[in-house]
Design a protein around this ligand. Sequence first.
Ligand code: HEC
Length: 103
Amino acid sequence: MRLLVVFFLTLVACVAFALNDAPQPQRVKRIYDSYCYVCHGTGWQGAPMSGNPSDWQPRVEKGWDVVLKNTQAGINGMPAKGTCEECSDADFRAVIEMMMSEQ
Ligand code: HEC
């Protein structure tokens, strides 16, 4: 019985954490529109294009930790944090996943 309670509490904690961590779709879209679209919607300076999974595949294959580190620090034409000071890694990951998918 005690084990069941522990299991249940862990489950609730996980769900709460997951909900809390993943940004809402409206937030993801707002971040993309305000910060990332200007380059990733146009391919500016060779930026991988949103809606074009093959542009993103080789980048994500390096691993998410590398991709998120480059997003934070900037890389070549990509400015640090893509100019989004308010963004967390969870925000970046959600926005990148959105850009990676065909829209
Ligand atoms: C000023 C233009 C510009 C803006 C704004 C911008 N990017 Fe970029 N981004 C680039 C360019 C150019 C590259 C390609 C850099 C390279 O690899 O040479 C890039 C590459 C990336 C990469 C690939 C990094 C890697 O490890 O290969 C990610 C992820 C990324 N951008 C995310 C974002 C996100 C998220 C935003 C919005 C918060 C954003 N960018 C805003 C220009 C921009």
